[in-house]
Each structure stands twice: as C-alpha cells, then as structure tokens.
Write a protein that binds this ligand. Structure first.
Ligand SMILES: NC(=O)c1ccc[n+]([C@@H]2O[C@H](COP(=O)([O-])OP(=O)(O)OC[C@H]3O[C@@H](n4cnc5c(N)ncnc54)[C@H](OP(=O)(O)O)[C@@H]3O)[C@@H](O)[C@H]2O)c1
Length: 315
C-alpha cells in the first residue's frame, strides 16, 4: 500500500458524498416533474447538516445547470464544502488546451476560484490518457484545482494517467467508477486493489444501482422511463433475496434500511459512495449509510449473495 499523498489525504477522510447528476437532468431523472430546485435545495441542506460535505457534479449534468445550482447554494451557506466536477471529452475537444478552458467555464458556473477535485469524465476517443493529464497539469499549475482525478478508467488507462501526473509530481487523487453490490466489476478486474495499492481513492458511482438497492422497485413496479432497460429487468429478477438479506442485516444495526446497508458495504470495501438524492428524505436516509460499520461476517454474506448476480469480464 502506497502512502497516501498529503494533497489527496482529504479525500480518504471522507466516508460519503452527494451526487448531483439529478440536479437539472430531465432525461433519466425527470427533473422538473418529480422534483424541482426546492427539493434539491432541501436534499443539499439535509446532507450538509448530517455531515455530508462532498458534492460531485459535472459540466454535462443538466447541461451546466447542476454546477450553476451548486454555485447558487454555495453563496448561501457558511460551512465549508468540498466540490468535485468533471471534464467531458467530446470528440471535437482534441487538444489539452480544451481542459483548462472547460474548467474555467465550470468555475464560472460554480462561482469558485478553484475546485477540490477535477476529473476526466470518461477516457477520450481523441486524446490519450497522457494528453488528458497534460491538460490537468495545466489546471493544477493555474491553481484552478486542488487535485486531479479520472472516471470510468480501467487499470491500464489509470496507470498511464498516474505515471504522467507523477512526472510532474502530482498524485492521481481518484478514479470514479460504477460500483455497487449489483456491479462488482472493479473488485473482479483488480481496479479496486490497484487503487488501494497506489493511494488512489475509488469513488463509487450509482452506489444504490440507481435506486434498485433501496428495495422499492420490483419486476411488477420497475423504475420509470429509460431506467427500465433489459439489464435492469434482469437484475430485478435476481434482486428479492438480496433485499431480504440487506433488510435482515439492517436489523442488527438498529433497523438500517436496505439502501443504507448497501452504502455501508461500499464503505467497508474501502470505496467512497456518492449516492444521488431527489429530496430531503432520500438524502437523510443516504447519510445514515455512514458513521457505523458492518461486521466482516456481514460483508462476506453480502459478497456471497451477489457474487454471481452478473458475469464479469477481466481486463
Ligand atoms: N462518472 C460517471 O460516469 C457517473 C455515472 C453515474 C453517476 N455518477 C455520479 O454518481 C452519483 C450517484 O449515482 P446515480 O445517481 O447514478 O445512482 P444512485 O446514487 O445509485 O441512485 C440515485 C437514485 O436512487 C433513488 N434514491 C436515492 N436515494 C434513495 C433513498 N434513500 N430511497 C429511495 N430511493 C432513493 C433516486 O431515484 P428515484 O427516486 O427516481 O428512484 C435517486 O435519484 C450521480 O449523482 C453522479 O454524481 C457518475
């Protein structure tokens, strides 16, 4: 295990974050119908009050609206908040100069001089990991981000990013990837282990598998709209025994919900979950996934119950 660098230590001290994809997204999340800025603000305030102080947004969430909304909230609070956002590598953005330029736009929307973490959202079609990182180095040099992360990077690309940054004396702070009890790819392909070895914080997105792990959806009542794809329906078939086990385990911890146990399982695995929430109730429940620990035996039981829930490829 590599020593965690001083610059990125703060990320390792955070147990739970708040995802802000829902803030303004109409296509997947039905922003404007099921919930509005009022509910989002309430979810943000509840999270803050319950100690969740790390918000993950991106320039593409709500086409910039998520960052704008966060910027508005930041002006109205006096508590410190850690802000992470992301660069989206559209194919027409093909030189490293696009990265600081995009960050400047994010900073304007957020109303900040610098963010705590700037991430590359996905590996790029038109830029190598080396070029992407050269762009990130420029962002650090300008003082526009405290740390640098990647997202959806497999081990090979992650190592290339890590090495490029190392040549400039900059640590790779994080890799944000899909990780939940229903998607354990990063455990199976070695990415989680490699992150731990190199002191890179693994940030777990869709930690509730887009709501499935709360137990509120079933084959009869699937999630609305585009979320009810083939893969989701396959997962829903196998979900009932997992929800039953999560609920049973929750009883050992004062009645924690299936969702809270799912989030705590990720914390026990050494990941930083960033669940999204549409309202205060969801945010409050999600915050209750941190601040306590499942036993090793409970983690093992959950591992066994979900081991063959889907097939995993190795890198
Ligand atoms: N880097 C990437 O490529 C990437 C990709 C995806 C996400 N992310 C990040 O990760 C964050 C979280 O992932 P996610 O939003 O995809 O999925 P998630 O956190 O697994 O699920 C969020 C959804 O689950 C439902 N939910 C949340 N808490 C609940 C509760 N306590 N009780 C009942 N339902 C609850 C809500 O939707 P309903 O009420 O409609 O069910 C909510 O919108 C995002 O906001 C974003 O910041 C990053």
């Amino acid at each position: 295990m590599t020593e965690v660098s001083n610059e990125t230590r703060f990320l390792h001290a955070i147990e739970m974050g708040l995802g802000a994809w829902q803030w303004g997204d109409r296509v997947i999340w039905a922003y404007g119908q099921e919930y509005t800025d009022k509910e989002i603000r309430e979810s943000f305030d509840v999270s803050l009050n319950l100690g969740v102080r790390f918000v993950d947004t991106a320039e593409i969430y709500g086409s910039g609206y998520s960052e704008r909304l966060l910027g508005r909230f930041l002006k109205e609070i006096d508590q410190p908040i850690l802000v992470a956002t992301k660069f989206f590598p559209w194919p027409w953005k093909f030189t490293k100069g696009f990265i600081p330029r995009a960050l400047k736009g994010s900073l304007e929307r957020l109303g900040l001089d610098a963010v705590d973490l700037y991430q590359i959202h996905w590996p790029a079609v038109t830029m190598s990991p080396e070029t992407l990182m050269e762009g990130m180095v420029e962002c650090v040099k300008r003082g526009w981000t405290r740390t640098v992360g990647v997202s959806n990077f497999g081990q090979k690309n992650m190592l290339r990013a890590y090495s490029t940054l190392a040549q400039h004396g900059i640590p790779l702070a994080s890799n944000q990837v899909h990780y939940s009890l229903l998607n354990r790819e990063v455990e199976k392909n070695g990415t989680l282990a490699r992150c731990k070895e190199l002191g890179i914080r693994l940030i777990a997105y869709s930690p509730l598998e887009k709501g499935l792990l709360t137990g509120k959806y079933s084959l009869e009542t699937p999630p609305p709209g585009v979320r009810a794809g083939t893969q989701t329906m396959e997962l829903l078939k196998k979900l009932p025994p997992v929800i039953k086990l999560l609920t049973e385990i929750g009883q050992n911890h004062g009645g924690k919900s299936a969702g809270q146990v799912s989030l705590n399982w990720l914390i026990c695995k050494g990941a930083l979950p960033i669940p999204g929430a549409k309202n205060a109730k969801q945010a409050e429940q999600n915050a209750g996934g941190a601040g306590w620990k499942l036993s090793e035996e409970e983690v093992e039981k959950l591992d066994e119950a979900t081991d063959s829930i889907r097939e995993y490829s190795t890198e």
